[in-house]
Design a protein around this ligand. Structure first.
Ligand code: NAG
Ligand code: NAG
Ligand code: NAG
Ligand code: NAG
Ligand code: NAG
Ligand code: NAG
Ligand code: NAG
Ligand code: ZN
Length: 589
């Protein structure tokens, strides 16, 4: 043996002797010299760990909001964390017995499967009461439950239904497109039944006759209509079939819904139901994507649409005012519309509808707030291809001295580097004020920097992204990554009447978020709601004014600051309620 091999062994013996002496002295190691958690070496690691976690959290977009929570809000946050954990462990976690695997239940399961279990949780009751601020990403005709629309069709005089083919078999019922209209005189009840081979495709029959002569009875008729106007839970769950398949079904729902809402009394019922449900869910403001496809309307008692392109909006404004005059309407801030055209349209059609949009803006400057392009992004024209039309639109807007900034859907895709994913670059370069979905943003470090720098908020729709097969469930959604990187986000619901939430409010999407992510908590959920108010486009502003007011927040001097203060008061009241309601049952101070 050479001294060079003996020397390390000596060192090791010395080291072990030292360590065991130390552990005997302060009892923080066991007889073999393995440290207990209270040993200074372990303590040093844990302190470094806490400090690294805290440092990382400083980058979160909700950091400022959470660090300034009032003592009551902090207490409410601890209570809600305890309730959430209790329900994860004792309500959601239900392993299925062997042979009954469909009964497996766990926190974070797919939304259509979780939905029936959500309303009996305490967390749900809390989320329902939370003041949600603004609904910033929603399509105007896909909000109120189709049950309410169908009921309205069945109880309104003169409504008739047609199908593109007779409904004589399961496959023809599945394949047929259905439509509705209003007629002055009741169509002859002797006309061939929808369910006979004599039916003349696309001819109208009274809806009550079609309902009562359905081979399965009225209930089966209603469930058939429902399957044409909304996704079924089974369809939502079939992620194996991919994005294009679910989009085909999803888009087919807008035809019959649009036809149903094209009669004045029905759309009036729809608006009242929408505003009431929003207020009941704690939503104070809504910016609706709406546009060309829904521009004409059949006046009450008439059989043809009024060609006046303002009529649809007159009726909407009338219903907004009517609602604001009610007691429930007192706390409602209002509605604006982001004009939305179909992204697949060609240059001729698009420039025509852009002019229609600008004319509406001139007629109703307070109502119209921006411009967007909608329908399946993967199959539509990329923003780079639309650049000529979009630049022309901006020039027209400027020439008319109006404000119609962009609020683009972008990155609502699984793509990485293809044209849909790259829409994010165009949206940012076109100074979009918010991004609809931005699902693929997390793959773009440079764009993440840009959206933070340019104060662009992402309108995140967790349930929509799940149902349209971008994320299998809320746990696979990128929103926690966006928040952690410092990207401003708010929660929206997109098309809740088609996607299964089945009500216009935000509670289900809010519930999914707080239930899924430990890093969020009540404070994080509050920050998302506050963001929705901060990024609301309450009034026309230049880009400089817009950014200034976002930066000033509650300290600004305009409408935004006032409403943020109002929201803050509601938030404090809500936190107080949580403490009073649950403080003794969940003693966590
Ligand atoms: C450290 O923890 C061990 C095991 O829990 C305990 O026996 C010992 O008393 C503790 N030592 C000190 C200094 O607290
Ligand atoms: C489904 O509808 C389309 C369009 O109306 C039609 O061309 C096709 O023949 C129909 N298929 C079946 C199986 O009925
Ligand atoms: C429907 O009835 C209204 C009111 O009676 C009448 O003004 C209108 O001309 C009628 N329309 C049709 C298409 O018959
Ligand atoms: C644009 O689309 C419209 C409607 O689909 C169609 O009628 C028209 O021919 C198209 N124009 C061009 C130039 O392709
Ligand atoms: C453009 O509109 C703004 C505000 O709407 C107004 O203050 C300004 O005078 C208008 N400019 C012109 C050239 O009309
Ligand atoms: C981009 O990629 C995704 C994932 O493969 C795909 O679903 C989408 O259709 C693609 N978009 C285009 C325009 O090819
Ligand atoms: C508003 O002003 C208060 C008091 O000066 C300050 O603490 C807070 O950070 C400001 N908020 C914003 C959003 O600037
Ligand atoms: Zn959308």
């Amino acid at each position: 043996m050479t001294s060079s091999t003996i020397f390390p062994k000596v060192m090791l013996w010395l080291f072990l002797a030292l360590v065991s002496t130390v552990s005997i002295v302060n009892c923080s190691r066991d007889g073999s010299g393995v440290p207990y958690a209270n040993d200074s070496t372990v303590q040093a690691h844990l302190e470094a760990r806490s400090s690294l976690i805290a440092t990382e959290k400083e980058q979160r977009q909700d950091h400022a909001f959470r660090s300034s929570l009032s003592p009551t809000a902090q207490q409410a946050e601890r209570i809600v964390a305890a309730i959430r954990q209790d329900e994860i462990d004792n309500y959601w976690r239900r392993p299925a017995p062997l042979g009954q695997q469909d009964t497996e239940r766990f926190a974070g399961m797919m939304f259509p499967q979780a939905k029936p279990f959500i309303p009996s949780t305490e967390l749900w009751k809390i989320v329902q009461r939370l003041p949600k601020g603004s609904l910033l990403h929603a399509h105007s005709t896909a909000l109120v439950s189709v049950d309410i629309i169908i009921d309205s069709l069945l109880t309104t005089e003169g409504i008739v239904i047609s199908a593109s083919q007779s409904l004589t078999s399961e496959i023809s019922s599945l394949n047929a497109s259905i439509s509705f209209t209003h007629v002055n005189t009741t169509a002859p009840t002797s006309s061939p039944s929808l369910y006979s081979t004599d039916y003349v495709p696309s001819s109208f029959v009274p809806i009550t006759v079609a309902a009562d002569t359905h081979p399965g009875g009225r209930a089966a008729f209603i469930s058939h209509l429902k399957s044409k106007m909304a996704l079924t839970p089974e369809e939502s769950l079939r992620h194996d079939l991919g994005v294009d398949a679910i989009w085909r079904k999803f888009q087919s729902c807008f035809g019959p819904i649009g036809a149903a809402l094209n009669y004045e009394p029905i759309i009036r019922t729809y608006w009242q139901s929408l505003f009431e449900s929003l207020v009941d869910d704690g939503v104070s403001w809504v910016e609706l994507r709406s546009g060309g496809s829904s521009a004409t309307l059949i006046p009450e008692g008439q059989a043809v649409a009024d060609p006046d392109l303002d009529f649809w909006w007159e009726v909407m404004l009338d219903e907004i005012e009517k609602f604001k005059a009610t007691e429930r309407g007192q706390s409602f801030w209002g509605v604006r519309v982001i004009w939305s055209d179909i992204r697949a349209w060609n240059r001729t059609v698009l420039t025509n509808t852009m002019q229609i949009a600008i004319q509406r803006k001139l007629n109703y400057p307070d109502l119209f707030s921006g411009y967007d392009l909608v329908a399946q992004e993967d199959l539509g024209r990329p923003l780079s291809d639309l650049a000529p039309e979009l630049i022309w639109f901006q020039e027209q807007v400027q020439a008319h001295n109006v404000s119609l900034p962009f609020f683009f859907h972008a990155g609502e895709t699984l793509g990485d580097g293809n044209s849909t994913d790259s829409n994010l670059f165009d949206a940012i370069l076109f100074d979009t004020r918010r991004i609809g979905h931005g699902f693929s943003l997390y793959k773009h470090p440079k764009l993440i920097e840009k959206v933070i720098e340019q104060r662009i908020m992402v309108e995140v729709c967790p349930i929509s992204n799940e149902v349209l097969r971008l994320a299998t469930d809320v746990l696979h959604h990128p929103i926690p990554a966006m928040i952690a990187h410092g990207v401003a986000t708010a929660i929206s619901n997109d098309d809740p009447s088609i996607m299964g939430q089945d009500e216009p409010g935000l509670s289900f999407d809010f519930y999914q978020a707080i239930q899924a992510y430990d890093n969020l908590g009540l404070g994080g959920l509050g920050a998302l709601a506050e963001n929705s108010v901060r990024w609301s486009n309450f009034e026309d502003q230049t880009q400089v004014e817009w950014v200034h007011d976002i930066d000033m927040g509650v300290n600004g001097s305009g409408t935004k600051a006032r409403r943020m203060k109002e929201w803050n008061q509601k938030w404090e009241d809500f936190c107080q309620w949580v403490v009073e309601e649950y403080g003794t049952r969940y003693n966590v101070s």
